[in-house]
Design a protein around this ligand. Structure first.
Ligand SMILES: [Zn+2]
Length: 216
């Protein structure tokens, strides 16, 4: 029996399952220049780093700044007076769907937390929770997590870089840029078809003539 006639087992089914193709984001200078740190010794203010293995990649300073911008906005949403929260009309990405009402601040806080929890491992999430969500300083975190200062800050930098990249590359809707998230500027354009291009196959309003056999 050839391999094409074999009954698909659980393993072969999994292997033959079509992979979800996610096109990697192309980082360019226009994307990173405004976010790069001018004093960065790695990218020298350009925001891109080059390596023979991975090619062009965003610099760590860019990813950290993306995370800091998202984190500052999270803190603002969290500390805002509750009576200032408002319901806004959001346009959906699909051109055929109706706009919906939503509470953007609360949605953003939920997305920030859930995306972080999904992409961090257990140790990183503990540091993220104590230091970046609950606001404990490094001394308290080191005592609570039983770690030293160097390891703690290395973990914080790794979290910022990992989440900064995730917040930007998240598809189909990323958390960064923040103005696009909060203002729903993304909207797929509908395909426009000029009515003159439509050529009917028969006159409009007429019924098709079906040939019938006449009785003798
Ligand atoms: Zn840099």
């Amino acid at each position: 029996m050839g391999p094409m006639n074999e009954a698909p087992t659980k393993e072969t089914k999994f292997k033959r399952r079509p992979e979800v193709l996610v096109e990697p984001m192309e980082w360019n200078r226009s994307e990173t220049l405004a976010l790069a740190a001018h004093s960065c010794t790695r990218c020298h203010g350009v925001g891109l780093s080059y390596s023979s293995r991975s090619g062009t990649a965003p610099c760590q300073c860019v990813l950290r700044n993306i995370f800091r911008a998202c984190h500052v906005r999270f803190r603002q949403c969290l500390e805002k007076e509750k009576h200032l929260c408002k319901v806004t009309l959001n346009h959906c990405s699909s051109p055929n769907s109706r706009p919906t009402w939503g509470r953007k601040d609360e949605e953003y806080m939920a997305d920030f937390f859930l995306v972080s929890r999904r992409f961090l491992d257990e140790e990183e999430f503990r540091v993220f929770r104590f230091h970046l969500l609950l606001g404990a300083d490094w001394k308290l975190c080191c005592r609570r997590l039983n770690t030293d200062r160097g390891t703690f800050f290395h973990t914080v930098y790794r979290i910022q870089e990992k989440l900064g990249r995730v917040f930007r590359e998240l598809a189909p809707f990323s958390l960064y840029p923040l103005d696009e998230y909060f203002n729903s500027t993304r909207r797929a354009d509908a395909v426009s078809l000029h009515p003159c291009c439509l050529i009917p196959i028969r006159p409009i309003g007429s019924r098709p003539v079906v040939p019938t056999l006449k009785a003798a």
